[in-house]
Design a binder for this molecule. Structure first.
Ligand SMILES: *[C@@H]1O[C@H](CO)[C@@H](O)[C@H](O)[C@H]1NC(C)=O
Length: 313
C-alpha cells in the first residue's frame, strides 16, 4: 500500500505588500482606517435593511446580502494582513491557507451571482415595472440568494478538489498577503501546468463571462430607457453608473489575477486591495448614502433607538 504524504510544508510565509518598514507602517494605518470603515458601513447597511420594514423589498434585500458578503470578504483577508503588518509574524498554516482559498471562492462566486441578481432586479424594475412585484416575489429573492450560495460553494469545491492533493516539498513563500490559487499552485512540487489551466478556465472564465454578461445587461437597460424617454435616462444613468462602477472595480482585479498569462505577481497583490478594501467601502457608500430611502430609514432607526433610550431613563 502506498500511503505517502507528500505534504511537507506545514505553513506558508506571506511576503506581504512591502518589505520596507515605513511603507508597512503607512499600510497598517491606512488599512486599519479602511477596515473599520468597511465594518461600520456594511453592518449599518445590513441592520438598516433587516430592521426597517419600509426596506423589505427585493432591491434592499439583495443590497443587504451584498453588504454581508463584502463584510465577510474583507474579514477573511484584511485582519490577518493587519496582524502581519503589526507583528512581523507572517505565517499561515497549511490548513489556514486552504481554508482561506475555499472561503474566498465561495464568497467571490456568491458575490458574482448576487451582482447578476441585482442587475436582473434593476432590469425588471426599469423595463417591466408593472410586473415587478410578481416577478421579483419573495420566493424569487430566496431562490436567487440560495442560488448564489450554492453556485459559490460548487465553484469553490470544484477548484479545491483539483489542488488539495498537490504535493508540497519545500518552497513556501507567497508573494502576497493572502492565499489564493495561482500562488498556491506555483509552490507545488509537480507539473502544475494543467492545474493553472484549470484555474484560468474556472475562475478566469467565470469572472470574465459574468463581467460581460453584466455589462451587456446594463447597456441593454440603458438603451431601453433611452428609447422610451430621454428624461428617464439621466435618472437611470445615475443609478446604473453606480452599479457599473462597482462591477468594473470588482471584476477588474479578478480578471487580471486569473487570466493574465504572465506571472507578474507583484501587480495582482496590489490589485487585490481593490477587492478587499475598496469595493466593500464603495458598496455602502454608493448604494446607500446616495439613496434617499436608505437615508430616511437610517434616520428612522436612529430615532427608534433614541426613543428606547428615552423610555428607559
Ligand atoms: C438577504 O435576503 C433575504 C431573503 O430575501 C432576507 O430575508 C435577508 O434579510 C437579507 N439579508 C440582509 C442582511 O439583508
Amino acid at each position: 500500500m502506498y500511503a505517502v504524504n507528500f505534504t511537507e510544508v506545514s505553513e506558508f510565509v506571506f511576503l506581504g505588500l512591502s518589505a520596507c518598514r515605513p511603507v508597512q507602517r503607512f499600510l497598517l494605518a491606512f488599512s486599519t482606517v479602511l477596515y473599520v470603515t468597511i465594518v461600520l458601513g456594511n453592518v449599518l447597511v445590513v441592520f438598516t435593511v433587516m430592521l426597517d420594514p419600509h426596506l423589505h423589498s427585493p432591491m434592499y434585500f439583495l443590497l443587504g446580502n451584498l453588504s454581508f458578503i463584502d463584510l465577510c470578504l474583507s474579514t477573511l483577508t484584511v485582519p490577518k494582513m493587519l496582524s502581519d503588518l503589526y507583528s512581523d509574524k507572517n505565517t499561515i498554516s497549511f490548513q489556514g491557507c486552504v481554508f482561506q482559498i475555499f472561503v474566498l471562492h465561495v464568497l467571490g462566486g456568491s458575490e458574482m451571482v448576487l451582482l447578476i441578481a441585482m442587475a436582473l432586479d434593476r432590469y425588471v424594475a426599469i423595463c417591466k415595472p408593472l410586473h415587478y412585484l410578481t416577478i421579483m416575489s419573495p420566493r424569487m429573492c430566496i431562490l436567487l440568494l440560495s442560488g448564489a450560495w450554492v453556485i459559490g460553494l460548487l465553484h469553490s469545491l470544484a477548484q479545491l478538489a483539483f489542488v488539495v492533493h498537490l504535493p508540497f516539498c519545500g518552497p513556501n513563500e507567497i508573494d502576497s498577503f493572502y492565499c489564493d490559487l495561482p500562488q498556491f499552485i506555483k509552490l507545488a512540487c509537480a507539473d502544475t501546468y494543467r492545474m493553472e489551466f484549470m484555474v484560468t478556465a474556472n475562475s478566469g472564465f467565470i469572472s470574465t463571462g459574468t463581467f460581460f454578461l453584466l455589462m451587456i445587461s446594463y447597456i441593454f437597460i440603458l438603451v431601453t430607457v433611452w428609447k422610451r424617454s430621454s428624461g428617464g435616462l439621466s435618472k437611470a444613468l445615475s443609478t446604473l453608473s453606480a452599479h457599473i462602477t462597482v462591477v468594473v472595480l470588482f471584476f477588474g482585479p479578478c480578471i487580471f489575477v486569473y487570466m493574465w498569462p504572465f506571472p507578474t505577481v507583484s501587480v495582482d497583490k496590489f490589485l487585490a486591495i481593490l477587492d478587499f478594501m475598496i469595493t466593500p467601502i464603495l458598496n455602502p457608500a454608493i448604494y446607500t448614502l446616495r439613496n434617499k430611502d436608505m437615508k430616511t430609514a437610517m434616520r428612522r432607526l436612529l430615532y427608534i433607538f433614541d426613543g428606547h433610550k428615552v423610555e428607559k431613563y
